[in-house]
Design a protein around this ligand. Sequence first.
Ligand SMILES: C[S@@+](CC[C@H](N)C(=O)[O-])C[C@H]1O[C@@H](n2cnc3c(N)ncnc32)[C@H](O)[C@@H]1O
Ligand SMILES: [Zn+2]
Length: 331
Amino acid sequence: MNLKALERFRCVGCGGLLQVQPSASAKNNGNVAEGQLICSSCARVFPIVRSMPRFVEGEDYAYSWGYQWNLFDKLQLDSAAGNNLSHERFFATTKWPEKLEGQVVLEAGCGMGRFTQVALETGAELYSFDLSSSVEASYRNNGASERVHIFQASIYEIPLKKESFDRIFCMGVLQYCPDVRSAFMSLVPFLKPGGEIVVDCYEKHKGLIPPLKYWVRPMLTWMGPKGVHKFLSLAVPPAFYFKKALYKIPLIGKPIGNLIPIGPISHAPKLIFTDKELIRVKINSALGWYSPACDNPQTKETIRQWFSEAGLVDVYIGNGFNGINARGKKP
Ligand SMILES: C[S@@+](CC[C@H](N)C(=O)[O-])C[C@H]1O[C@@H](n2cnc3c(N)ncnc32)[C@H](O)[C@@H]1O
Ligand SMILES: [Zn+2]
C-alpha cells in the first residue's frame, strides 16, 4: 500500500486514525508490501499482506467470487481481451466525463478490476475494495498504478474517512449482498457534499415464473464454486454445441435451444469469438450465476426509495447493462 492512502483510511471499529507499522520488509518509495496498520485510538490491528491492507479476516459469503476472479482474471479486462466492453459499460452507466484528474473516487466491489482499470484511465485517484480474494486479481491487473489503493474490506464496514470522495461507483455488486439496502446505504456517508454516487443492480422479474437461472441455482449452488466449476467444465461444452445445432432448426430450434441456460451462443457482430473462447465466456458467466451464495435482484421503485431515504438529489433511475442503473448526488 502507498502511505499516501493513510490520510483516508480509518479504523472499522472506532473510526480512529491508522498508523503504519512496517515489519522487517519495510517501506519502498512510500509503499509498504508487508506490515500492519494500527488504530491510534483502540489499538486494533489490520495486516498489510501483499501490498494490500486487510480489514476483514476472510472472504465471508463472497468466497465464490475470490475463486472465480482469480481464475478468470483477464477474461473481461479490456486491455487483455482487446475490446472496450468495460469502458463502454462504465461510461454508459456513470455518465461521468472521461477525464477526472484531481478527483478522488471510491469503487465498491472491484472483483478482478475491469472497472478499476477504466476508472484509472480517467486520471482520478482511486480507492478500490472487495470482500473477496479477488483483490489479488485486481492488484495483478491494476496494482502498478501509483493512483490506485486496493484493499480487502466489506461494503458493510468501509474503513475510510467519511465525506472524502468526489464520486463513488458500485457496479455488478449490490445484488450479491445479503442485505442490499444496507449495502447501498453504507456507501452514502463517504460522499463529499456535491459528490455523485452510481450503482447498478439486477432487476427483479415482474412475471409469475422466475427466470430459468433461479430454477437452476438451488440444484448447483450447494456444490460450492469448485464443484460448480467442475460441473460446468463438463456440461457447458456439449450444451453449447447442442444449443448451436438446435438453433439451426427452423422455427422450433430457437425456443427449444433457449431452454438450455448458458446464455446466447454468439455475441456477433459486436464481438467475434471462436467456439473455444465462447465456451470459456459461457463457463465464466454461468459460474457467476450458479455459485454465489446470494442473488437478490431489486425493483426500480425500491432503489428510488433508498435514494430518497439517503437524501440524494438529481436522482436518475433507469435501465442499463446490468438491469437497473441509478445515479444521485449528495446535496
Ligand atoms: C459480479 S462481481 C463484480 C465485480 C466487478 N465490479 C465487475 O463488475 O467486474 C461482484 C463482486 O462483489 C463483491 N462483493 C460481494 N459482497 C461484497 C461486500 N459485502 N463487500 C465488498 N464486496 C462485495 C464480490 O466479492 C465480487 O467480487
Ligand atoms: Zn479503532
